[in-house]
Design a protein around this ligand. Structure first.
Ligand code: NDP
Length: 346
């Protein structure tokens, strides 16, 4: 695209990619700052909270709130101040490496922006074993909070050895007949307190060291059996189960920015903490896309707010080139002062 064509296109102040608590909070703050944000919220808008039931740990809701209802309210609040939404998935980005305009693509459609907030979140990691994909929602689940109640008095398993696996197993045990936690090593990654809670629960059994070889369906097409492979050369095992909950961590949805912004070895976007600045001027990142530790709705919302304030500051002080943006605070203040003096003189 030529410079002339660029000029004829609308240039957004800020494009937010992703919804969920981080994206919607960034939208709320930037819209209240009159930046008229454009949010690409994704076809399945609302992020992981759309898949949960009661949210009881978000401050301000003493009675709790359903995840989807909460996301609707986040969205409505951002819309009230003029946020525009596109309910579709971004197909690609070309982020400027020198503080220039960033390009966001929806198929052939191109959108230009002075700043971009990345808030694409993370999703549960898959095992990639036979039967897993076919039996998803037919006994294989990635969300115990959402689906545990469907397995009342049924035999179930949880796969994984971290805190999520222990939390899921403990929750699931309230409903299921029994829960076997399948972990690939004899040592658990989970914290002692969560591991002990699972150990002390009567209908939870820890089975190690096993990986999942495959899931098999019964006559009705629902999950019926799991085949476990012993990782230390022992006998394989087969278990009759109705439910399998996969809790082997999360995968950040960073593929569209991979190779453009700095990410860590697990694909999480890296920011210059405590800010939300990525290595690219004018590109900020928030929420589960960045955070593999806390991963809470409230922490994601907080970082979405920080990203909005960072973008706002960047747009206000955007100096003539990227170098100046990254210069230390005194330089930035001086640059901003000169800009003010110039405009006063003009
Ligand atoms: P983790 O990365 O901590 O654990 C993932 C587990 O899955 C590990 O035990 C890992 O095994 C196993 N695993 C990974 N890939 C595979 C695979 N392909 N096949 C079999 N097993 C696999 O993720 P969590 O989601 O459990 O936790 C993420 C973060 O969230 C942690 O910091 C945790 O402390 C935190 N958290 C805190 C909670 C709380 O405090 N209430 C609740 C839930 C999470 P291995 O150990 O061999 O690598």
């Amino acid at each position: 695209m030529t410079e002339q064509e660029n000029e004829s296109k609308k240039v957004e102040n800020v494009i937010i990619i992703g919804s969920g608590p981080a994206g919607y909070t960034a939208a709320l703050y930037t819209s209240r700052s009159d930046l008229e944000p454009l949010v690409f919220e994704g076809f399945q808008w609302g992020g992981l909270l759309q898949q949960t039931t009661d949210v009881e740990n978000y401050p301000g809701y003493p009675e709790g709130i359903m995840g989807p209802e909460m996301m609707q309210q986040f969205r409505d609040q951002a819309e009230r101040f003029g946020t525009r939404f596109v309910t579709d998935d971004v197909t690609g980005v070309e982020l400027s490496s020198d503080g220039g305009l960033h390009r966001v693509f929806l198929g052939d459609e191109e959108h230009l922006a002075k700043s971009v907030i990345l808030a694409m979140g993370a999703e549960p990691r898959k095992l990639g074993v036979p039967g897993e994909e076919e039996l998803a929602s037919r006994g294989v689940s990635y969300c115990a909070t959402c689906d545990a109640a469907f397995f009342r008095d049924k035999p179930t398993i949880v796969v994984g050895g971290g805190d999520t696996a222990m939390e899921d197993a403990t929750f699931l045990a309230k409903f299921a007949k029994d829960v076997k936690v399948i972990h690939r090593r004899d040592e658990f990654r989970a914290s002692a307190v969560m591991l002990n809670r699972a150990r002390e629960t009567e209908n939870i059994e820890l089975l190690t060291p096993y990986t999942i070889d495959r899931f098999e369906a019964g006559d009705g097409g629902m999950l019926d059996k799991v085949v476990l492979a012993n990782t230390s050369g022992g006998e394989n095992r087969e278990l009759d189960i109705d439910g399998a909950f996969i809790a082997v961590g999360h995968q950040p949805n960073s593929h569209i920015v991979m190779g453009q912004v700095d990410t860590d070895e697990n694909g999480y976007v890296q920011v210059e903490g405590p800010s939300t600045r990525t290595n690219l001027a004018g590109v900020f990142a928030a929420g589960d896309l960045v955070d593999h530790t806390y991963r809470q709705a409230v922490t994601a919302a907080g970082s979405g707010c920080a990203a909005a304030l960072d973008a706002e500051g960047y747009l206000r002080d955007t100096p003539p080139d990227a170098e100046a943006h990254w210069a230390g605070e005194p330089d930035r203040i001086e640059a901003a002062g000169e800009a003010v003096a110039d405009s006063a003189a003009g």
